[in-house]
Design a protein around this ligand. Structure first.
Ligand code: ATP
Length: 360
């Protein structure tokens, strides 16, 4: 068992808050990813959970027991960092066994744990090699193995794949997910890479400026972003935003995008549209469909085409604003073409002047 409850956690460095009042409940055995831009406080949060750092205020509970003042070595956590320092003069087997020898476990127990971890990570054939005789990905797996042999209740990962090339990262993503399915312990995984978070995690905490902006399943985060920051940060290429005003025309709600773009009809029940007010419309590139000029909701001219087969990213200049469309390369228009853009009413996201999500 390892449920982690974080209450009003604050960490200040010389007065500046790296972690600025976080409340987070991490469920037993879940894979939680903490994602956010550089400097948002992800690593500090992880270090606070591990006990490597002490909070300025707030509390951390493991299974209801307050561990805020417990040092790292008494928290039953294993940590994997981005820089995996293996001992160069030791074989892989000895690198794996080292933490267990420090714990003074019996030799037979050490051997069986090392063998089991090696098997799980498919590094059994490498056990007698030295780190310099391994590829980057193999070294990374040894570093993971060194955390796994600990048999901890909580595994903490700080950007463990960031030193790997793109191809290996994809392989290791699947391996980590498989590993979690197999050992079913609580994983907390820090990354700035939203694809890692989306593909591996049961739930994602999106952070910025030392705060959790949203905690939810990958589906929640993608389809129902809580605010503009989350909407913009999660999803590649990023969501398009168009500024407008909520208006009521002929008794119907609409979003007035200005003289050059016109009106977009909104759902009848949207309370935000009952009074005139500033709104932002968000629509993802993959929710936009290119249609013939005049038959869409918006009209513009093609300003840029970026092929990424089998897709193509088409930038459309709509009344001076750039809108990115993800289309199939078979449907790619030509540069300078006048095109229409269509989207389903359900595909739009609305944000108020403060950037908070409104019912669309
Ligand atoms: P990255 O993705 O770049 O690693 P992060 O989201 O993990 O960033 P943190 O490392 O948690 O961010 O840092 C959050 C803020 O706290 C940053 O502004 C950082 O400069 C500051 N900070 C972190 N550790 C310390 C420290 N030991 N002393 C002073 N400031 C620190």
């Amino acid at each position: 068992m390892a449920r982690i409850d974080i209450h009003r956690l604050v960490k200040r460095f010389k007065g500046a808050a790296a972690v600025d009042g976080i409340d987070l409940e991490i469920r037993d055995r879940e894979f939680l990813a903490i994602v956010g831009p550089s400097g948002c406080g992800k690593s500090t949060t992880l270090r606070l959970i591990s006990g490597l750092e002490a909070p300025t205020s707030g509390a951390i509970l493991f299974d209801g027991v307050d561990v805020t003042d417990l040092p790292a070595d008494r928290r039953d956590v294993a940590m994997v960092f981005q820089s995996y320092a293996l001992y160069p003069h030791m074989s892989v087997r000895d690198n794996l066994a080292f933490p267990l020898e420090n714990m003074r476990l019996p030799a037979a127990e050490i051997a069986s744990r090392v063998d089991r971890a090696a098997q799980m990570l498919a590094i059994t054939p490498l056990l007698e090699r030295r780190p310099r005789e391994l590829s980057g990905g193999q070294r990374q797996r040894v570093a993971l193995g060194r955390a796994m042999v600990r048999d901890a209740a909580v595994f903490l990962f700080d950007e463990p794949l960031s030193n790997l090339d793109a191809r290996l990262r994809v392989t290791m993503r699947s391996e980590l997910k498989r590993l979690h399915n197999e050992i079913r312990q609580t994983f907390v995984y820090v990354t700035h890479d939203q694809v890692e978070a989306m593909t591996m995690a049961d739930r994602i905490a999106v952070m910025s400026d030392g705060r959790v902006q949203q905690l939810g399943t990958p589906e929640d985060i993608y389809y129902r972003p809580a605010n503009r920051f989350v909407a913009e940060f999660m999803g590649t290429p990023a969501m398009n935003f168009l500024a407008g005003r909520a208006v009521v025309r002929d008794g119907r709600s609409a979003l007035d995008l200005g003289a050059s773009l016109g009106l977009v009809a909104l759902g009848p029940a949207n309370p935000a549209t009952s009074a005139d007010g500033a709104l932002t419309l968000g629509v993802r590139p993959e929710s936009l469909v290119l249609v013939s000029a005049g038959s869409g909701v918006l009209t513009g001219s093609v300003a840029l085409i970026e092929p990424l087969h089998p897709d193509v990213f088409v930038t459309v200049d709509v009344g001076g604003q750039k809108v990115l469309v993800r289309a199939s390369s078979a449907d790619a228009p030509a540069l300078g073409d006048t095109v229409g853009l269509r989207f389903e009413p359900g595909a739009i996201h609305l944000f108020d002047a403060q950037g908070e999500r409104l019912p669309a």
